[in-house]
Design a binder for this molecule. Structure first.
Ligand code: SF4
Length: 276
């Protein structure tokens, strides 16, 4: 039987209430990898089995995980079975309530989100929403001492306000900030108009390094293409990593997809090696 990484990302639903044009979820390219939501008891069986095989770190995501009515039940179940390991919930916060934040604090579950834009929030999320709800949730979570980690995806659309987005994350008391250029995967597979060049990405990193960060740790993900899948030559020439580091996918972390199957990374489409 396959060894499981210690950290697993659980894609508990393929449904989402946003339509980010740069969403990397693989089912935008291969709808058969999504499927209907598995019932609660199937996810509980998967989680129990993973813990019994040494998994000690879970990130719940989707799609948008909070669209599952039983997400709080699944999180509480996981905390009961894994009293000490890190558990996190990635959410766009569109339907997050104060009660949910208190629940997370009481169960020692951290939150994670993506700040897609400020003025560009609507176009970046494919909705008519504003960033206000998200930043309000983050600020309230900070007051309630529930940590929020932030990721920021940089595109041609939001690059001109990237300093403001970074400042918004800092001022909303993010615990950490991870930034990366848009990847040409999932819904963005052919969205080259939104992709950065490597020079643009390096310039953005330099801008960020000169900004006050209020003590919030931040990092950069230097990746525009997934290592774990075949890439066309013209993409590799234009978007391939300059300083290539071996990808830890499948070793230090892995993914259980909405159908309950294992994938080595979020972008992989090929390998469904293991099914509970
Ligand atoms: S990036 Fe996240 S919030 Fe946006 S459509 Fe994809 S799953 Fe939904």
């Amino acid at each position: 039987m396959r060894d499981l990484p210690k950290k697993l990302i659980l894609e508990v639903t393929a449904r989402c209430n946003f339509q980010c044009p740069f969403c990397y979820c693989v089912w935008h390219e291969h709808p058969e990898l999504a499927g209907d939501d598995l019932p609660t008891d199937e996810w509980q069986t998967i989680i129990e089995e993973c813990i019994s095989r040494g998994v000690n770190d879970f990130l719940f995501t989707g799609g948008e995980a909070t669209l599952r009515k039983d997400i709080w039940q699944l999180l509480a179940f996981t905390r009961e079975k894994l009293p000490k390991g890190p558990i996190a919930l990635f959410t766009n916060a569109a339907s997050l309530t104060e009660k949910n934040i208190v629940f997370c604090r009481e169960h020692t579950i951290s939150l994670a989100t993506s700040i897609q834009g400020l003025k560009t929030y609507a176009i970046q999320t494919g909705t008519r929403r504003s960033y206000a709800k998200l930043l309000t949730c983050m600020a309230r979570a900070a007051e309630l001492q529930c940590p929020f980690d932030v990721s920021i995806t940089v595109t041609q659309i939001n690059k001109n306000e990237i300093a403001d987005i970074f400042a918004a994350a800092v001022l909303s008391h993010a615990r950490s900030i991870q930034m990366g250029p848009m990847m040409l995967e999932g819904r963005a597979r052919n969205l080259q108009d939104w992709a950065l060049s490597w020079d643009e990405w390096e310039a953005i990193k330099e801008t960020i390094r000169h900004l006050p960060n209020g003590g919030v740790p931040y990092g950069f993900a230097d990746e525009m293409l997934c290592d774990c899948r075949q890439q066309p030559r013209h993409y590799l020439e234009k978007y391939g990593e300059k300083n290539h580091n071996p990808c830890p996918a499948g070793k230090s972390f892995g993914v259980i997809d909405p159908t309950g199957k294992f994938r080595k990374c979020l972008h992989t489409i090929e390998n469904h090696e293991w099914r509970m």
